[in-house]
Design a protein around this ligand. Structure first.
Ligand SMILES: Nc1ncnc2c1ncn2[C@@H]1O[C@H](COP(=O)(O)OP(=O)(O)OP(=O)(O)O)[C@@H](O)[C@H]1O
Length: 360
């Protein structure tokens, strides 16, 4: 199970230069507002995922020294003598990623060094449209099922081409191959998602009661086409409508992951704290499932997530994180209480773009 043992940064936002060694289990980062806590988590995220989680562009990450930045991470596999060095350098609008000195694709790094984040903005998982929930589910399937990504790519291509053919009012014989491809790969994508959902259930059954003290929750996936029919049947039934609108209306691009708590819709009828705990349960379930399937627990970044939670929920969250099998990075304003609740680890104080290890 790889953990990030060391990190270096140059001109990355507020950090002119940075060099830190991390604990393989828990890294707790504290400091005032605008000190650089989120930036520290962001650089861990960028190293493996090649993008920020803040909705910023990679250009936004360039600090005052100019339009470039550089990151270097050393990932250490337990029992392996040598760490693997991963580099990410951004300049002239281009990101170059390397693993052990060789150019590495985004997909390779994404798969090899999974990282996930719990942060206040994640409430959009419950508040916003279904695309966030689909994206979240797909991230998990991607790590667990290697067949998912090729199926999803086939599906996306077929969807693009079919939509183009519909817009161009192409004759049926030109539409047909894309409809057939869409129906086949779409069913595959859905089957992968469904299997992921079923695999998540036992984790949710353990984690929801732990975080929320209830087992009254539900999780289901609507395929994105008429229930009880194959995708092909629905596509055929809705062909005239698709032609009229110049758009494919059915398929996994319309799927919806539905979460309920106390049989209520989570978007408007449960409290903000309950939403947060539910999101934590969902995310931790995915990460634990990935760990069990692949042998690697994603690095988990927890940015100021506990701040809006009352004492009971906060304690439940930290106690649950204590049992997380992978490496954790947690930020907070003050150091009090966290290490006692979570266990052994390292502590860092961030101040005006400088970060130093302090003894717990
Ligand atoms: N590209 C950049 N170059 C230089 N400084 C930047 C850049 N982007 C952001 N900053 C600054 O970096 C500082 C640290 O921001 P960061 O979001 O990491 O703080 P934080 O410790 O998480 O704060 P908070 O607790 O308030 O969320 C802020 O002052 C921010 O304005």
């Amino acid at each position: 199970m790889p953990h990030l043992a060391q990190v270096g940064a140059e001109n990355f936002r507020v950090f002119e230069t940075l060099s830190l060694r991390f604990h393989r289990r828990l890294n707790f980062v504290y400091g005032d507002n605008a000190a650089g806590k989120t930036t520290l988590l962001e650089l861990v995220h960028v190293l493996s995922r090649g993008r920020s989680f803040r909705g910023s562009s990679l250009q936004d990450c360039a600090g005052p020294a100019g339009k470039h930045w550089r990151l270097r991470g050393r990932y250490q596999e337990q029992g392996e003598a040598l760490p693997v060095v991963v580099d990410a350098a951004w300049a002239q609008g281009e990101l170059a990623q390397k693993r052990a000195g060789q150019a590495a694709s985004r997909l390779e790094l994404l798969r090899e060094y999974p990282v996930q984040i719990l942060e206040p903005g994640l409430h959009k998982l419950l508040q916003d449209g279904p695309s966030y929930r689909r994206g979240f589910l797909d991230w998990g399937v991607f790590h667990v099922e290697h067949g998912f990504h090729p199926a999803w790519r086939r599906y996306s291509r077929a969807l693009r081409q079919r939509n183009l053919a519909l817009r161009q009012r192409a004759p049926d014989r030109e539409l047909e191959p894309w409809t057939a491809e869409l129906a086949q790969s779409g069913e595959q994508v859905h089957a992968y998602r469904l299997a992921q959902l079923e695999a998540l259930r036992p984790y949710m059954e353990r984690l929801v009661p732990r975080l929320l003290d209830t087992d009254d929750w539900s999780l289901d996936l609507q395929a994105g086409w008429t229930a009880g029919q194959s995708l092909r049947q629905t596509l055929d039934a809705h062909l005239a409508r698709d032609r009229q609108q110049g758009l494919t209306q059915d398929g996994p691009q319309r799927a919806e992951l539905r979460l309920r708590l106390f049989q209520r819709q989570t978007k408007t009828l449960v409290s903000r704290g309950q939403q947060k705990q539910l999101i934590a349960a969902l995310l931790l379930s995915q990460c634990e499932l990935i760990c069990e399937t692949t042998g690697s627990a994603p690095i988990l970044l927890v940015d100021d997530f506990g701040s809006e939670l009352g004492e009971d929920y906060q304690k439940r969250l930290f106690q649950t994180l204590r049992d997380y099998p992978g490496q954790l990075f947690i930020t907070s304003f003050a150091p009090a209480g966290v290490l006692e609740n979570i266990g052994e680890g390292a502590m860092f104080h961030v101040e005006h773009g400088r970060c130093r290890a302090v003894s717990p």
